[in-house]
Design a protein around this ligand. Sequence first.
Ligand code: PGA
Length: 257
Amino acid sequence: MTRRPYIVGNWKMHGTRAMLSEARAIDRAAQRHMKVEVALAPPYTLIHPIHREAEQIAVGAQDCHHEDGGAHTGDISAAMVADAGASFVILGHSERRQDHGETDALVRAKAGAAFAAGLRVIMCCGESLQTRESGGAVAFVRAQLAASLPPADQLPAEVADRLCIAYEPIWAIGTGVAATTDDISEMHGEIRALLVELLGADHGAEVRILYGGSVKPDNAHAIFAVPEVGGALVGGASLTADSFMGIALAASDPLES
Ligand code: PGA
């Protein structure tokens, strides 16, 4: 089955209620691009207001805790974000791994909690510039992903509907310099092979692999033409409806972009 391209906006720590008009504009535009699945991961405080109004787009969280509840001041559980209207969660983003010391084991535990709460998971992976320059990018990403995903027997049965991978080289995030299409092609091919190893041929072939890192309307067309790119995780360019939907348009119909 060919799944629709999946274009996900990661608003990071941007957005107060003043941004709701932008989310509305994105939702309206998404209704005109039904060949693409459009989703937004705003800060926690905007999950419910965006979910309440959205007619087309899915709303997700940028993280969740690995436990169901308890004495964890400032944290939020998978069930809480689901209750607020989130249908998915981004996990293992490099900013969480770097800023909050999240290990592969912790990210794996969070994925287990998210699946148990009925959420879809976008599992991020990606190497540093130093790792890429030393020639170790593929080995690093394979190991990171294998250790961050729950074991196959703990994944939901309909895993291709519940799991996406986002390959986000750290050096490409927020820098304006996306990975080359050759690098994306090589890494997505490696990730696909790993997924087939881990999940078996059927499921492993179907899980979508998104690219993230300085995706913009003007490079989206070339990135979406790369084999095994099933969509994009977009940071900076998701903050306005114009640029975000420019990316969705490139995914919707390559000829129109
Ligand atoms: P960027 O961020 O598009 O601003 O590079 C991508 C991400 O971190 O998900």
